[in-house]
Design a protein around this ligand. Structure first.
Ligand code: NDP
Length: 493
C-alpha cells in the first residue's frame, strides 16, 4: 500500500520535477521480507506546501478558544482508545518492540491527549501589581505559529503526541517529519486527527529522510520553533541551524543512563529494574539502562541473579504473546551493537552473556548482552550504544559511585536501589540528570511529570510533558493598561 503525506487536511503524493512519484519502503524489523508499505520520499517542496498550509491555518486556529481546541483533542483521545489495539499491532510490525510496549506507547498518547486537553482550560498567566496607581498588568501565554517537529522511531506515537498535543491546544499549528523507520504510526495519528475534526492545516505530516525533508523544515523561515527528539549528533546540527536563523528550538537527545545497586538494595527488585531498563524496547530507549553500578560487596550475588534472569528472556517477534525482547530497528543499529561488542571483546572485556546476533526470520535480532568489570572510561560505559548491551561497573564508596554515575557527557536518567533513606536523598540531590529514580528502574516516564535531561542530553534543558509542557510552544506576553488618564512614568515618578 502507498501511504501519502497529510497536508492541509488531505492526502497528497510527492511528485518529482520529472513527474515521477517517489516513495520508500518500510519493512518489519522482525521479518525484513515483509514490507509494511511505501511512504512518500518528500523534499523541500512538500515541506513548503505543509508549512504554507500550517501558516494559513494558524491565522484562525490561534483565535479559537483554548477549551474549544481542547475539545477536539478529547475526541482524538477517544479515537485512540478505540483504536489502541490496532495501532499497537501496526506499531509492533513497523518497529519491533513487543506488543505490551506498543500498547504502552499508544496509552502514553492517550494520557497526554487527556492531560493537554484538560490544560486547555488552565492556560493561565499571571497578574502583577503595578508600582503606580490605576495601572493594571497581566501576562498571557500565546502560541508562536508554525512549529516544526522532527521525531525518532523508538516511541513512534508517544513522542509526536507529547510534542504536538500541547502545541495544538496552545493554538499553534504543526508540521511533523517522523523518522523514516516509523512513518506508519504518525500517519495513523493524522488519521485520528482527521476523524476528530481538527481543522485543515493545523496538523500536517510529511514523511521522508532527515537531510532532505527534516532539514528544509528546520530552515523554513515560516517555522517559528523546532522541537526535536533524536540523537545528539543530529540535535547539534539542528541547534546550529536554528541559532544561525535566530529560531527557538527544544532538544531531547541521547542518554547513558545508570542503575546503582547498593549493598542495602533489595537485589531481586533491582534485577527486575535492570532487566526492564536494559532490555525493554531492546535497549533502544533514550532512558535505557546501559550501566549497572554495583557495590563490590553484593556484586557476585547480584550478577549471578542478573545473568540467570537475562538468559531466561525470550527473543522474537513482538507480536507473539510470550516474547520479552524484539528485534533492533534496522541493520545499521544491529551493526552498531555488533561493532561495540566486537571491539570490547578485542580489548579483553569480560563478557558474561550474549554478545552475538540471533538468526530468526531474517529479522534484526541481537542477544541481550552483559559485560562485567568495566572501567568507567570504557566506551561501553561512555557511549550510547542504543541496543541490548549492559556494562557492569563496580564501586566501593558512595562518592566513587556518584563520580561514576555523573562521569558521562549525558544527563538524562539515573536510578538507585537502596533501603537507606539518607543515601537515596543524597543521590537524588547530587545526580546530574533530569530524571532521578529510587527503587525503581531508570525508565517509566508519565505525562504528569516533567521529562528531559541536562548536559548533552538537553543542552538547553528543555522539558516535555508535565507542568512545563507549554514552555517550548508558547511565549509570555505582558500586557499593561493604565486607567489613570494621565501619563505615569515607572521608576521616574
Ligand atoms: P536520529 O537523530 O538519527 O533521527 C531523529 C530524527 O531526526 C529522525 O526523524 C531523522 O530522520 C531526523 N534527522 C536525521 N538527520 C537529520 C538532519 N540532517 N536534519 C534534520 N533531521 C534529521 O535519531 P534516531 O531516530 O536514531 O533516534 C535515536 C536517538 O534518539 C537516540 O540517541 C536516543 O537517545 C534519542 N532519543 C532521545 C529521547 C529523549 O527524550 N531524550 C527520546 C527518544 C530518543 P531519519 O529517520 O530519516 O533519519
Amino acid at each position: 500500500m502507498i501511504y501519502k503525506n497529510y497536508i492541509n487536511g488531505a492526502w497528497s503524493e510527492k511528485i518529482s520535477a520529472g513527474g515521477f512519484k517517489e516513495t520508500f519502503d518500510n519493512v518489519n524489523p522482525a521479518d525484513t521480507t515483509k514490507v509494511i508499505g511505501q511512504f512518500q520520499n518528500s523534499c523541500e517542496f512538500c515541506i513548503d506546501d505543509a508549512v504554507e498550509s500550517a501558516s494559513e491555518a494558524f491565522k484562525t486556529w490561534k483565535n479559537v478558544p483554548a477549551p474549544k481546541r481542547a475539545e477536539i483533542l478529547f475526541k482524538a483521545a477517544e479515537i485512540l482508545v478505540r483504536d489502541k489495539e490496532c495501532i499497537a499491532k501496526g506499531m509492533t510490525l513497523e518497529m519491533g518492540k513487543i506488543l505490551a510496549e506498543t500498547r504502552g506507547d499508544v496509552q502514553e498518547a492517550i494520557d497526554i491527549a487527556y492531560y493537554a486537553a484538560g490544560a486547555g482550560r488552565r492556560l493561565t498567566g499571571e497578574t502583577v501589581p503595578s508600582e503606580l496607581e490605576n495601572k493594571w498588568s497581566m501576562s498571557v501565554r500565546l502560541p508562536y505559529g508554525v512549529i516544526g517537529m522532527i521525531t525518532p522511531w523508538n516511541f513512534p506515537i508517544a513522542i509526536p503526541a507529547w510534542k504536538a498535543f500541547p502545541a495544538i491546544v496552545a493554538g499553534n499549528t504543526v508540521v511533523l517529519k517522523p523518522a523514516e523507520d516509523t512513518p506508519w504510526s504518525v500517519i495513523k495519528l493524522a488519521e485520528v486527527f482527521h476523524e476528530a475534526g481538527l481543522p485543515k492545516g493545523v496538523f500536517n505530516v510529511v514523511t521522508g529522510f532527515g537531510p532532505t525533508a527534516g532539514m528544509p523544515l528546520v530552515k523554513h523561515p515560516k517555522v517559528k520553533v523546532i522541537s526535536f527528539t533524536g540523537s545528539s549528533a543530529t540535535g547539534h546540527l539542528i541547534a546550529k541551524e536554528c541559532s544561525k536563523l535566530g529560531k527557538k528550538y527544544s532538544l531531547e537527545l541521547g542518554g547513558k543512563n545508570s542503575i546503582t545497586v547498593t549493598k542495602n538494595a533489595d537485589l531481586d527488585l533491582a534485577v527486575e529494574g535492570v532487566i526492564f531498563g536494559a532490555f525493554g524496547t531492546t535497549g533502544q530507549r533514550c532512558t535505557a539502562c546501559s550501566r549497572v553500578i554495583i557495590d563490590k560487596k553484593v556484586k557476585k550475588e547480584f550478577t549471578e541473579k542478573l545473568v540467570a534472569r537475562t538468559e531466561s528472556l525470550k527473543i522474537g517477534d513482538g507480536l507473539e504473546d510470550d516474547i520479552d525482547v524484539g528485534p533492533l530497528i534496522n541493520e545499521k543499529a544491529l551493526d552498531k551493537v555488533e561493532r561495540y561488542v566486537t571491539s570490547a571483546l578485542a580489548s579483553g572485556d569480560d563478557l558474561l552473556t550474549g554478545g552475538h546476533r540471533i538468526k530468526m526470520n531474517s529479522g534484526w535480532f541481537y542477544a541481550p548482552t552483559i559485560f562485567t568489570d568495566i572501567t568507567p572510561d570504557n566506551a561501553l560505559a561512555q557511549e550510547e550504544i542504543f541496543g541490548p548491551v549492559v556494562a557492569i561497573i563496580e564501586y566501593e564508596t558512595f562518592d566513587e559511585m556518584m563520580n561514576i554515575v555523573n562521569g558521562t557527557r549525558y544527563g538524562l536518567s539515573a536510578a538507585i536501589y537502596t533501603k537507606d533513606i539518607n543515601e537515596s536523598f543524597k543521590f537524588m540531590r547530587d545526580v546530574e540528570t533530569g530524571l532521578a529514580y529510587v527503587n525503581t528502574s531508570c525508565i517509566g516516564a508519565e505525562v504528569g511529570q516533567n521529562f528531559g535531561g541536562i548536559k548533552d542530553t538537553s543542552p538547553i534543558s528543555s522539558r516535555e510533558a508535565g507542568s512545563q509542557m507549554f514552555d517550548a510552544v508558547t511565549y509570555v506576553k505582558n500586557m499593561v493598561v493604565d486607567f489613570s488618564g494621565k501619563l505615569q512614568k515607572a521608576q521616574i515618578e
